[in-house]
Design a binder for this molecule. Structure first.
Ligand SMILES: [Cu+2]
Length: 274
C-alpha cells in the first residue's frame, strides 16, 4: 500500500511541476486509498475473529459451562468494540448485538432485549446459562450477518476518518461511567479495544497529517491512557474488574479520552475532507 501511495503522490507532484492546477494536487481522496484498504483488512480480521469467538461462547453456554461462558464473554466482545464505527453503520444489528437494558421499555425483563448484554445479565445476575441458549443462537446469527454485510460494504471515507474520534466520544459520553458492562464489570476490556480501534485509524492516517504538534499531542495522550490501562492488566491477559479502578485513575482516563475525542474530531479538516 505504501508503494501505491508513493506513486500517486509522485504523479500528483509531477503534474503540479509541469503547471497543472493546484487543485489537482490537493485532492485528499487519493491519499486515503491506501489507509482505507488497510483499514478494511483490519475490520475484516476482526469480524472473522468475532464470529470464531462467538461460536466458542455459544458452545460454552449450550454446554451449560457457566465459568467458561463468563471467561469468554469479555474477550469475545473486544473484536466488536474495535470496529464499532463500522459496526454501528448497521443500526439494526448494533441494537440486537450490543444494546443495553436501558434501551428497552421493560429493561432486563424485556423480551426483545438480546445480544451480549442480555447474555451478560444472565451469566452474572442470574448466575446460570439456563434460558440463554436462544439468545446465544441469535447472537451468532447476528454476528455472521454483520460479517457478511461488512464484507460487502464500501467504506465511506468520512466514517473511517471520523471513527477515530467517534470511539473516544462514545467512551467519554457513556462508557466511562461503567454502564456498558454493568453486570460483569469487564469495561476495561472494552476500553482497551476502543482505544485500539481508534488508534488503528489514527496510525493509518498519521503519515498524512502535516501538523506535527498535533501528532505529538495525540501520540502522547494515547500513550498516557495506555499507561493507566496497563496498571489494571492481569498477568494472564485481560483486565481486572472496573470496580478496582481508582477515582484518580478514572479522572486521568476521562481527561485523556476527552482530549483525544476533541483532537481526533479535527482529523477530517486536517486531511482536507469536508
Ligand atoms: Cu459497545
Amino acid at each position: 500500500m505504501a508503494a501505491k501511495l508513493f506513486t500517486t503522490g509522485a504523479l500528483v507532484l509531477g503534474l503540479a511541476a509541469v503547471g497543472a492546477p493546484a487543485a489537482l494536487a490537493a485532492d485528499p481522496s487519493l491519499d486515503l486509498v491506501g489507509p482505507l484498504s488497510e483499514y478494511k483488512i483490519y475490520v475484516a480480521e476482526n469480524t472473522d475473529q468475532l464470529v470464531t469467538d462467538t461460536e466458542a461462547l455459544v458452545a460454552a453456554i449450550k454446554a451449560g459451562d457457566l465459568d467458561r461462558a463468563k471467561a469468554l464473554f469479555a474477550p469475545t466482545r473486544t473484536s466488536y468494540e474495535k470496529i464499532e464505527p463500522i459496526a454501528e453503520l448497521f443500526a439494526d444489528l448494533d441494537g440486537s448485538i450490543d444494546a443495553r437494558a436501558d434501551d428497552y421499555e421493560k429493561g432486563e425483563k424485556d423480551e426483545t432485549f438480546t445480544g451480549f448484554h442480555r447474555i451478560e445479565y444472565g451469566l452474572w445476575e442470574t448466575g446460570s446459562t439456563r434460558g440463554l441458549e436462544g439468545y446465544a443462537d441469535r447472537l451468532l446469527a447476528d454476528v455472521k450477518d454483520l460479517n457478511n454485510r461488512i464484507n460487502a460494504l464500501t467504506f465511506p471515507p468520512e466514517v473511517v476518518v471520523g471513527g477515530a474520534a467517534a470511539l473516544m466520544e462514545e467512551v467519554a459520553a457513556t462508557k466511562i461511567s461503567g454502564e456498558e458492562d454493568r453486570y460483569s464489570h469487564t469495561d476495561l476490556w472494552d476500553f482497551d479495544a476502543n482505544f485500539a480501534g481508534s488508534k488503528e485509524i489514527y496510525d493509518l492516517l498519521r503519515p498524512l497529517i502535516a501538523d506535527k504538534d498535533f501528532v505529538a499531542r495525540v501520540d502522547g495522550n494515547f500513550a498516557d491512557a495506555g499507561k493507566v490501562l496497563e496498571k489494571y492488566r492481569m498477568s494472564g491477559g485481560g483486565f481486572v474488574s472496573y470496580e478496582k479502578l481508582t477515582d484518580a485513575d478514572r479522572r486521568i482516563l476521562a481527561a485523556k479520552v476527552n482530549t483525544l475525542a476533541e483532537d481526533l474530531s479535527t482529523l477530517r479538516g486536517k486531511l482536507g475532507l469536508a
